[in-house]
Design a protein around this ligand. Structure first.
Ligand code: AMP
Ligand code: MG
Length: 400
């Protein structure tokens, strides 16, 4: 039977990753998760400045078109000495430069004609062209809060606020262990009965994409003693453990057996297809996900269970989470068969046509066929016991 996917996530979320702090130069922090709030060290803008190239003037002097003002000097971005603007006077000003004392409006350069010592004003003087000190951000404001994923715009804002270094959430180290007698690393000679091992590579790459550091450990050749040793090493050196294979009903399903006998199982089996038999619990106090061995199953379970757990565990805001998929509605071009009693996640291709998302499915769907994950870019979310007819709109995950 097992639990629903929602319940599985709820249970896993009770065992979050331990959050560690890492201080990094700003240049190294792109894409990382902010550990603590950042308060602005300065006002932004730092001082009243001009939004336009033109003339800093007194608005009251410029009520009539054709007014002639005496030029008192120039304020350019970065100038230290700025003239004062008195009545009947104008100071040449560049975008971003400080507003001279006495001036309260800007005339655009396009609205003026210049003589050697005077300027004729041919257009309006606008106070609205002054960018006010602190109008974007007052000093002391928390503009980036802990848990924010640092996008390029966030990096720019952190620099604006005066930060050369930032504290980010340390990348969790996650052990990845493949289990199965038949598994041989790619590049090595295959025997008659062996296959290339792929899951630990796929899962490690998913861990990396989610902001973790994978640590691939020895492949386990279906030996419970070797598995125990490796799990101990994993628990001692990593923050969480992911295994692939060996969680079904069979006698050789040693991950399930060792967890039942020596670990702490919180759930086994999720009501979903593919990916039915995953297991979750703790081993020596560390969260452990036992993913199924079928390559598609392990990939899908990672996407819908491990990835959201990693995100919320690292304290990431819902809106800015690193994620592997986006929930969307798609109109299916072909019928899809659901699964009795299980959430059914078939591989589908999603494309945009106008303002609609269209889904189709073409290749062989077997849960052993990792090529189906490459050929498609989505997963259906068909509720238990429901099929989809051609033309139906369904919920789906768009893989990104
Ligand atoms: P299991 O969950 O151990 O019963 O494995 C289910 C299927 O997935 C079998 O056909 C295995 O050969 C295959 N499999 C298990 N582990 C891996 C792996 N790490 N890489 C590729 N295929 C695997
Ligand atoms: Mg196996």
């Amino acid at each position: 039977m097992g639990v629903t996917l929602e319940r599985a996530l709820e249970i896993a979320n009770q065992y979050p990753l331990a959050k560690k702090e890492e201080k990094l130069p700003l240049m190294m922090a792109s894409g990382r998760i902010l550990y603590s709030d950042l308060k602005s060290k300065v006002d932004d803008p730092r001082f009243d400045n001009s939004a336009m190239d033109g003339w800093a003037v007194r608005e009251a002097d410029c009520k009539e078109e054709g007014t002639i003002l005496r030029i008192v000097g120039t304020s350019q971005a970065g100038s230290e000495e700025i003239p004062i603007v008195g009545s009947g006077e104008a100071c040449k000003i560049m975008t971003g430069a400080q507003i001279p004392e006495g001036a309260d409006a800007i005339v655009m350069v396009e609205d003026s004609t210049t003589q050697p010592n005077n300027v004729t004003i041919n257009g309006p003087a606008r106070p609205g062209f002054i960018r006010r000190k602190g109008e974007n951000l007052a000093q002391g404001t928390v503009a980036l809060s802990s848990g924010t994923v640092l996008t390029p715009a966030c990096i720019s804002l952190a620099a604006t606020m005066g930060y050369a270094d930032v504290s980010v959430v340390g990348k969790p180290k996650i052990a990845v262990i493949g289990v199965g007698d038949e598994l041989t690393p790619p590049g090595e000679p295959l025997s008659e009965s062996s296959i290339y091992e792929s899951n630990t590579f796929g899962i490690s790459s998913l861990v990396e994409k989610m902001g973790g550091t994978p640590r691939r450990l020895d492949l386990i050749k279906d030996s419970i003693d070797h598995l125990r040793e490796t799990l101990v090493e994993a628990a001692e050196s990593c923050d969480a453990i992911i295994t692939s294979g060996g969680v079904s009903m069979g006698e050789w399903d040693i991950v399930r057996r060792i967890m039942e006998q020596e670990g702490d199982v919180r759930f086994w089996k999720i009501m979903m297809r593919p990916g039915g038999p995953p297991l979750f619990g703790t081993w020596m106090g560390k969260p452990i996900f036992g993913l199924p061995g079928n390559p598609v199953s392990s990939h899908v379970v990672f996407t819908v269970l491990v990835a959201p757990w990693m995100s919320s565990s690292m304290g990431v805001h819902e809106a800015s989470r690193p994620r592997l998929s986006i929930r969307v509605r798609v109109m299916m071009e072909e019928p899809l068969k659901g699964a009795p009693g299980k959430l059914c996640m078939r591989r589908i291709s999603i494309r945009q046509e106008g303002d609609k998302l269209i889904g189709s499915t073409r290749t062989h769907q077997g849960s052993g066929n990792i090529h189906s994950m490459v050929a498609h870019n989505g997963l259906s979310l068909l509720p238990p016991d429901s099929d989809c007819e051609e033309g139906d709109t369904i919920h789906a995950l768009w893989l990104i």
